[in-house]
Design a binder for this molecule. Sequence first.
Ligand code: CP
Length: 324
Amino acid sequence: MKQFISVHDVNNINALVKKALAYKADPFADRNLGTDKRIGLLFLNPSLRTRLSTQVAAKNLGMDAIVFNIDKEGWALEFEEGAIMSGNTVEHIKDAAPILGQYFDILCIRTFPSLKNKEDDYSEMFIKQFIKYAGVPVVSLESATLHPLQSLTDIITIQEDLKFKNQKSKPKIVLTWAPHIKPLPQCVANSFAQWINAWSEADFVITHPHDYELSEEFTKGATITHNQNEALKNADYVYVKNWSTYNDYGKVYENDPEWMLTNEKLKLTNPVNGGAKVMHCLPVRRNIELSDEILDGKNSLVTQQAGNRVWAAQAVLSEILNAK
Ligand code: CP
């Protein structure tokens, strides 16, 4: 693997999941793979899970990890080619990235969208500029439109749970929009849709209110409905996530609490094994986006899911180290 930006960088999803689960069973199996190698984790935004799980994964492989909160501790970066830098930006990415590429063997970067300009965000300029100028493999820790380490984790968690339940039939997976007080990126939902479609081992349904359509680039292949109750019928997994509008970009039109998942709604899901398992990438606003009764209940997979972030990162870093 030369980089990890989206599902398109993965040859075989199931093989990568298998590798991740092997690391979960034996975290230090490749403890010397990254000896004398250094990984840089650059953050332009806050993080708990991504930041710490990737550091733990790197450490398990024997790598040295250095975290840099570039938005707070570094010079303000310019990403536009040909920019006349008379504003707030101090250093161009074409100057900074090759230097970072000399300091590190792998560069990981988290950026977020502005949610102001769809074309700019969906061009993925920030991460593409890093790839262009760094000269070393780049791993996305979440970009403007995608969150691939999260999505790999999500499939790992689903496969792990299917095995635990001994379920042989194709699972029904529902991605449902949930209310939120602020406009959030579409990254997690886009990425989940992209990966589940590519995995193609599930019946995949997306449900959201009118006007919350995601980009077809990612959702094509899924069944899409505005009727959440209909979508939940016989579901095995319900992935809960808020996102802001894509078409009229970055808006919050709707905050109907009826869209929040409850135990009552879970009664619509597949009753075998006690109803659908519920997933969320976290952080979550309790009792806005997802109810206490779900998060604290037996159907929640969120803690297991967040724990699996380590094994997803470890599998990806291992693939990159093996290809170097
Ligand atoms: N799910 C996720 O990416 O969490 P953090 O924002 O805390 O990294």
